[in-house]
Write a protein that binds this ligand. Structure first.
Ligand code: SF4
Length: 250
């Protein structure tokens, strides 16, 4: 089985969203990094609001953030979970980035494995966060193995040879990247966006909306569509989905 035939179906359903990852300043990787620390155990809507507050307060680069009072940054991170702890982590992370030769640009210029290992050594940066920074902050085409991707791949039954819900992160990543021969940055960014979108709107954790219109979601950023996922007839891959077939729904 392969993910390949699912991609055009997802693409057709979730039209390209230029501000899917909203960027407000020329400091793309800075904003992506902020988002990855803030999103831990937090809804994305709260993350977007906190990023805007941090930028509006004048902390628009790693250099400015490294000089900040962690308490002040923590307050700006409200209502993200653990906002005070995240404020401390962000200031510390910025300091460590500045101390690295070439700073974040220097890290992103490293070969993929080395860049990932360097990012993983930063505070509050795990595998998903490191890969997200490489994909959206840098230009490394890769597949992010987050909970959304695992859920979609498992329910759709695309890779029955492994248990994608429990298999090691790197095993799933290698499998998908080899399947897709993933080398195109735009395709890789769109693919992660679609894994997130399909799980938010249709392949929800409980009671997936296979035959129903997608759940609606509101965003803070005015450039994004106010309500994502317009009314539809159901999940765009329902006819191919193993979960649907096992349930006798198709
Ligand atoms: S058909 Fe249902 S279970 Fe299958 S991928 Fe779509 S929402 Fe998920």
């Amino acid at each position: 089985m392969t993910l390949v035939p699912y991609i055009p179906l997802l693409n057709a359903h979730f039209a390209h969203e230029p501000h899917w990852w909203p960027i407000h300043t020329p400091q793309r990787v800075y904003e992506v990094t902020l988002g990855m620390v803030l999103v831990q155990q937090t809804r994305w809507e709260a993350v977007e609001a906190a990023v805007l507050r941090i930028l509006a307060a004048g902390y628009t680069s790693f250099a400015e953030l490294a000089e900040a009072d962690p308490q002040v940054i923590g307050e700006l991170c409200k209502p993200c979970a653990f906002y005070l702890r995240k404020g401390v982590a962000l200031v510390r992370l910025a300091g460590e980035v500045l101390a690295y030769p070439g700073q974040m640009a220097g890290i992103l210029a490293l070969p993929r494995a080395e860049a990932r290992a360097t990012l993983l050594a930063l505070p509050q940066i795990g595998r998903e966060s490191a890969d997200t920074i490489l994909l959206y902050g840098g230009s490394v085409p890769l597949f992010i193995v987050d909970a959304y991707a695992r859920r979609f791949l498992a329910r759709a039954g695309i890779y029955p040879q492994i248990n994608v819900l429990t298999a090691p992160y790197d095993d799933v990543q290698r499998l998908v990247e080899a399947d897709l021969a993933l080398t195109d940055l735009h395709q890789a960014r769109e693919l992660h966006a679609m894994m997130v979108e399909i799980c938010i709107h249709h392949c929800t954790a409980n009671k997936p909306r296979c035959q129903q219109s997608g759940a609606v979601r509101k965003f803070v950023d005015a450039r994004k569509c106010a309500e994502h996922c317009p009314p539809c007839a159901g999940c765009p891959v329902a006819a191919q989905c193993a979960y649907q077939q096992a349930s006798g729904l198709v």
